[in-house]
Write a protein of this length. Structure first.
Length: 322
């Protein structure tokens, strides 16, 4: 992003506008008081009727003018804050474009190299199968990135696929994991069975599966243990239903726990895992949670000690229980 010149920088403009309004108000009051004192001197000297020169509500007018100037100052402050947030979003979008371009370019370059190898060399079957496996991984990576953009557009335009349907959440999550076992084959995922039997809740299946995919793949991506593990448990607390996703990954720093759900935001990591991705996975998770009337929160005991992502839903699942 191009650096703005100092004389058109929003901070300078805001300060200058504020000072100008304050000086204007001060000069107006100072001038009025000065004029009033001079008129009072004239009235006393010539014994004139003061009501011909002053109205009783003059100070009320000054008060109103002061309030109007205050409202203008508040408006300038709001515009200033909005401008700063707009610039922050622009920077995040700029970083997103750079990172996402890299995410697309890397697998495309890899696929090109493999295909050029096939065209120039006769390879044994074992070698071809190995390269094809790598190519499939690159295609899967490309597909995931493209789907993330499509999902972002669909979520932000509020285009939902179907109406909510009441499902048994633990059973749905188990079925989702089983259907995608090729993605989670090296991970130990355990789904707790709540006491009291099935746990029914109305969800939009396609969106809830998107939420699960982003949470689980994120837990796998940021994990350096020999055997990634994710424990999914359910808890009833007050009027809320909590679904905990606890992993043994690299953890989340205290300062990052709220930021990771922001649009295009990528948490900073110090360690063997490079920062990658598009920065919209957990943002999509938060949006899906809100579409279901809930929210996502993150917790961690510290860097290197795993993390817990919790989906908080309003506990009205009993109304749809079959």
């Amino acid at each position: 992003m191009k650096q703005a010149k100092w004389f058109i920088h929003p901070v300078f403009v805001f300060v200058l506008s504020t000072v100008a309004l304050a000086i204007s108000l001060f000069l107006y009051i100072y001038w009025y008081i000065g004029v009033s004192e001079n008129l009072n001197s004239v009235i006393r000297r010539y014994q004139l009727d003061a009501n011909q020169f002053f109205e009783a509500r003059t100070w009320v007018v000054i008060l109103i003018l002061s309030l109007l100037v205050g409202a203008i100052l508040v408006g300038i402050l709001i515009i200033f804050i909005f401008n700063l947030k707009t610039q922050q979003l622009y920077r995040l979008q700029h970083n997103f474009i750079n990172n996402f371009t890299h995410e697309l370019k890397t697998p495309v370059t890899s696929l090109k190299l493999y295909l050029e190898t096939f065209t120039k060399h006769e390879l044994p079957r074992e070698e071809r199968l190995k390269y094809i496996e790598f190519m499939l991984q690159d295609v899967e990576r490309l597909s995931a990135n493209i789907n993330s953009i499509l999902n972002l557009a669909r979520i932000e335009s509020r285009l939902q696929e179907g109406a909510p349907a009441t499902v048994d959440l633990p059973e749905m999550i188990r079925r989702f994991i089983n259907d995608n076992r090729h993605i989670f084959q090296n991970c130990d995922i355990r789904v707790d069975q709540p006491s009291g039997g099935p746990l029914f809740y109305p969800v939009i299946a396609s969106l809830f599966e998107m939420l699960l995919m982003n949470i689980l793949t994120n837990a796998l991506k940021y994990n350096v243990s020999g055997k990634p593990r994710i424990d999914i448990t359910f808890e009833k607390r007050g009027k809320s239903l909590l679904i905990h996703f606890r992993d043994n990954g690299i953890g989340i720093a205290q300062a990052e726990r709220k930021r990771i759900f922001r649009k295009f935001y990528q948490a900073r990591h110090d360690g063997p895992i490079p920062v990658g991705g598009s920065g919209i996975g957990l943002y999509l998770v938060q949006q899906v949670a809100r579409l279901h009337g809930g929210k996502m929160v993150a917790d961690s005991e510290g860097v290197g000690k795993g993390s817990v992502l919790t989906l908080i839903l309003p506990q009205d699942y009993g109304e749809g229980k079959k």
